[in-house]
Design a protein around this ligand. Structure first.
Ligand code: ADP
Ligand code: ZN
Length: 720
């Protein structure tokens, strides 16, 4: 009897051995169903030696799915990722095998077709149906009735008589076939040159990583579409990763304009049915282009020939729960393993990619100008120390005047504040009581529209009380600080006639409503838009000529080594929303520290200076990409257990290594969802084997007892 290695989508590091029933042939990559304990799970036949045990003693593979196998690249990718992020290989595979319903071929839709003959008694309704049916082809019952303009019972009657006979209709493809030449954009010289280089890499059909670097509006999308087109002409599949894909309808529309059909979408908001179809049709090669969020990286595309990572600097590509990984970095790995090109696109590249480009590991492809003379907004810093609005208000006179001027001209203004809700803190004016989440170290955020106090970490909410729960005084609660809802109130009071929209990710109506609202803004149906960071991403608002950043200092003050970079990227992106179609536009940064290097860099527009300073600072401190970091986050449902295990891990650090261990320290977010958290930070040079070091620490520290959990985060982006 034969034996195979099978990797299961559970927290295991290596495959298990199973015996193969007579008559079944299996090869690495095949998807199978196997028993584990009392359950049956979908898993994948894996590479590597099988255990040396008597096959008679092994459990048997239950079933082989009728599905294309995971190819060699995909399997090596899973192993590579598991090794790099010190994650169980099974949990990485789980991200690939997300949709077990897709492993069997899809069913058919029941349909009808003309079988011959005519009914004894003809009616006009029957005639209408038969005229269509006689043209041939298969119809669904309701489709035929609808097309003939009759009720479904007429069709049912003809079917009962045997004049229409049942037939199985295969499910339609999720998307059409993109046409590489559907509507070719005429590129300007700089764009042409950039596109030619990228297409050259596609033609070489080998690994090259390129950084496509150009300010917002310079035509990066148009340019990488040419590379997509070249890959399609070579018969390859293409994957485009986007942050916040669920909101980028405008991207899908643009793609459709260029290629005649939408790409398949992959993100958390698509229906289970669509998800199943997408997975299957990607695996069988029917879907040629996928535009997706980070998890699309794990789709089993078998003929992948190009990956594009748009807004490559975006923090949304980093996953922080379960397996911590960075989809941007892993996309490069996947391209490398598959030996095909990858394009990283951004107006404000990450320091990591910038350094890779400078050191020649990535090809630098630059677009120096905005398309067709569209100018970047002029940036003004509003010194809030001298222009402070009255207490409880947040918009300076300078910004109010600018908004008034903008909407008078029939153009749009945007106010950006990265804070959901009405106010970040609520307190009692009488006793000073502050409303705090009992499960997290966080204030409760007031959402006035919903009359709730909400925790943004665990989702807990309670109604806003009339009396202070501490001193019992009625009607003396005050809101401290601004959220977008509160800005909305302030704007309504100043501009009662203006059409104002407040957009944030938690508004009622969800993603659908948000998409509609964003379209409405793009169509000019709003005068003033107030939003959190989701309005900063990728949307094209042609009438937007004034952007005000309400609190440009937000995000500069935390202990995150990337704070400056992040602020620079976010604010550049926000102000880059303005003036995309040629009008003169202005961005206002309200700041209490106008001399801060980041604020100055943004205002001066001297990007190169900002990057060179930031890169130098990282080099001196040995921070990524010049050194390596990893975090271990220890949590437990009580403080002593978490702290003790964190200390045990520290003691378990192997001696004689260059890697330094900082901590354990209580995490800045010391409590989340009732779990107490401690952090250890590992810092080494690029040459150090930080993964090996972590494995030894975990191995030496002994089992995690009780509620203790250790989360490993290699190349961490968040330090909270
Ligand atoms: P980026 O991705 O760099 O922000 P886009 O590709 O979105 O830039 O281009 C900005 C705007 O300019 C879009 O509306 C796009 O359609 C338009 N555009 C860019 N290049 C061209 C071109 N060669 N011909 C026509 N329109 C273009
Ligand atoms: Zn909470």
């Amino acid at each position: 009897m034969l034996t195979v290695s099978v990797l299961l989508p559970i927290p295991v590091d290596r495959p298990y051995s199973y015996s193969v029933p007579d008559g079944m042939t299996l090869a690495p990559g095949d998807l199978v169903q196997v028993p584990i304990g009392p359950r049956q799970v979908a898993a994948a036949v894996w590479d590597g030696p099988v255990d040396n045990v008597d096959p008679e003693k092994l459990k048997q593979v239950e079933k082989k799915f009728d599905c294309p196998p995971l190819d060699n690249t995909m399997r090596r990718f899973v192993d590579w990722l598991a090794n790099y992020y010190v994650a169980p290989a099974g949990m990485v595979l789980k991200m690939v095998l997300r949709v077990p319903e897709a492993f069997d071929p899809p069913g058919f839709v029941p349909g009808l077709r003309y079988a011959g003959g005519t009914p004894d008694r003809m009616t006009p309704a029957r005639t209408a149906v038969l005229e269509l049916a006689r043209e041939g082809g298969a119809w669904t019952k309701s489709g035929l009735a609808h097309a003939a303009g009759v009720s479904a019972s007429v069709v049912a009657g003809l079917s009962n008589m045997g004049i229409l006979e049942p037939v199985e209709i295969p499910l339609p493809n999720l998307t059409g076939d993109p046409d590489p030449d559907h509507s070719v954009t005429e590129l300007n010289d700089a764009q042409q040159e950039a596109a030619a280089r990228l297409c050259g890499f596609v033609e070489e059909d080998a690994f090259t990583a390129s950084l496509l670097d150009g300010i917002t509006g310079s035509g990066k999308t148009e340019v990488y579409f040419e590379a997509v087109s070249a890959a399609l002409k070579n018969g390859k599949q293409v994957l485009i990763l986007l942050p916040e894909i669920s909101l980028t309808t405008s991207f899908l529309d643009r793609f459709e304009k260029r290629f005649g059909t939408r790409p398949a979408e992959w993100h958390s908001d698509i229906s289970p049915k669509k998800r199943e179809q997408c997975w299957r049709q990607v695996a069988t090669g029917k879907v040629r282009v996928v535009a997706g969020a980070r998890s699309a990286l794990f789709l089993p595309m078998h003929d992948l020939g190009l990956i594009v990572v748009d807004e490559e600097h975006d923090p949304a590509f980093k996953q922080e729960d379960r397996v911590c990984y960075n989809a941007r970095d892993m996309a490069v790995v996947r391209a490398h393993l598959g030996n095909f090109p990858i394009i990283l696109s951004s107006a404000t590249p990450s320091i990591e990619s910038q350094v890779n480009a400078e050191q020649g590991r990535y090809q630098l492809v630059k677009l120096p100008q905005r398309f067709a003379g569209a100018e970047l907004p002029e940036l003004k810093v509003v010194d809030m120390r001298r222009n402070a609005p009255p207490a409880g208000k947040f918009i300076s006179k300078i910004l109010i005047d600018a908004i008034a001027h903008t909407i008078e001209k029939g153009e749009q203004a945007m106010l950006f504040l990265n804070r959901r809700g009405y106010a970040p803190l609520t307190l009692c004016r009488v006793c000073g009581h502050r409303f705090e989440c009992s499960e997290c170290s966080a204030w409760l955020v007031e959402h006035r529209f919903r009359r709730q106090l909400q925790c943004h970490h665990c989702g807990y909410s309670e109604p806003v009380p009339e009396a202070c729960p501490n001193c019992g005084t009625l009607d003396h609660l005050v809101a401290c600080g601004p959220g977008v809802e509160r800005l909305g109130e302030e704007v309504d009071a100043i501009f009662p006639e203006a059409r104002t929209i407040v957009l944030s990710s938690d508004m009622t109506g969800g993603v659908k409503r948000l998409r509609l609202e964003l379209d409405a803004v793009a169509n000019g149906e709003a005068d003033i838009v107030i939003g959190t960071q989701l309005v900063a991403k990728g949307h094209n608002f042609p009438l937007m000529t004034c952007v005000g950043v309400v609190d440009a200092d937000l995000g500069l003050a935390n202990g995150d080594p990337r704070a400056a970079e992040r602020t620079f990227q976010l604010l550049s992106q926000v102000t880059g929303r303005a003036g995309r179609s040629g009008q003169k536009s202005t961005g206002y940064l309200q700041s209490y520290q106008p001399d801060h290097p980041v604020i100055r860099a943004i205002q001066s527009g001297d990007r190169e200076l900002f990057y060179s300073r930031e890169i130098e600072a990282r080099r001196v401190a040995g921070l990524p990409p010049f050194g390596r970091l990893a975090s271990l986050i220890v949590s437990a449902n009580n403080r002593p257990d978490a702290e003790n295990h964190a200390r045990a891990l520290r003691r378990a650090a192997p001696a004689g290594s260059q890697i330094t261990v900082l901590g354990p320290a209580e995490a800045p977010l010391a409590l989340i969802r009732g779990r107490y958290r401690f952090r250890l930070l590992l810092h080494g040079s690029r040459k150090d084997d930080i993964q090996g070091f972590i494995r030894q620490m975990i191995g030496n520290a002994g089992k995690e007892r009780g509620s203790v959990r250790v989360q490993i985060d290699v190349d961490p982006q968040s330090f909270l």
